[in-house]
Design a protein around this ligand. Structure first.
Ligand code: SAM
Length: 230
């Protein structure tokens, strides 16, 4: 159950490819597998999973970009730079919230720094990361798990899906709820005024890069002295 008392977020998407396998023994509409087929399949997945190293599981791009969800992944270098920045900002043993920024979450896991990381994301494919994944839809900015206490993260890094006042206003509500103070926002240069007004953020000199070139100029904004200006 989340804070907004909705048991099921209304705007769910299932973005994984669905598999349909027919079992001729079943009259049910729901596709069924025979016990022996299921056992073989489970064995196959168990073997496959054993071969997935943490480096692969958390590699930037492990989940393919889907433009329908406005997904544009950072380059590996940018993900690393941002991850190192939030580790520095959070401090030893600090808590970091990655809001719609899965590549930074993945890089933080690869770096294996002494921090606690939570990924708040709309794309349920990232639920492969277990308890560290929290479903998040910016349209319901405070629809967060009840056990997520206010101001419980040392730093929040956010990369909203849309370059609009409406989207950034809502993401700002979530960010203010979650952070103890520090915020790192990555968004278009055209959002500079809103970033300042809504969250008191200043543009950094660092230029984030993406795996595919974007038409819009992208920038980082912070409200604390950061390494992204040096
Ligand atoms: C511009 S991308 C930012 C990703 C970032 N550059 C990275 O590499 O991690 C926008 C992100 O917002 C997520 N998103 C899409 N729709 C959303 C929604 N309704 N609420 C919250 N996040 C959403 C996407 O899945 C994606 O991770």
């Amino acid at each position: 159950m989340c804070r907004c008392q909705q048991s099921t977020p209304h705007n769910q998407v299932r973005s994984g490819r669905s598999r349909t396998m027919n079992d001729s023994d079943s009259d049910d509409d729901v596709p069924q597998l025979s016990a022996s087929t299921l056992a073989a399949l489970q064995e196959f997945y168990a073997e496959t999973n054993e071969q997935v190293t943490p480096e692969q599981k958390f590699s930037v791009g492990a989940v393919e970009e889907d433009w329908r969800m406005s997904q544009f992944w950072y380059s590996d270098d940018t993900a690393r730079r941002l991850a190192e920045e939030v580790v520095q900002a959070a401090g030893e043993g600090g808590r970091i919230a990655c809001l719609s920024a899965p590549s930074v979450y993945q890089k933080l896991k690869q770096l294996d720094a002494n921090t606690q990381v939570t990924l708040l994301e709309f794309d349920r494919r990232f639920s492969i990361y277990g308890d560290e994944f929290v479903f998040y839809d910016y349209s319901n900015p405070l629809c967060l798990p009840e056990n997520m206490a206010p101001q419980s993260f040392d730093v929040v890094i956010a990369d909203p899906p849309y370059l609009s006042h409406e989207c950034l206003s809502k993401v700002a509500l979530t960010t203010k709820f979650l952070t103890k103070g520090k915020v790192l926002l990555c968004t278009g240069a055209i959002m500079q005024e809103d970033a300042e007004k809504l969250l008191g953020l200043k543009m950094c000199s660092f230029l984030p890069k993406h795996t595919h070139n974007l038409a819009n100029e992208f920038r980082c904004y912070v409200n604390y002295p950061s390494g992204l200006d040096s």
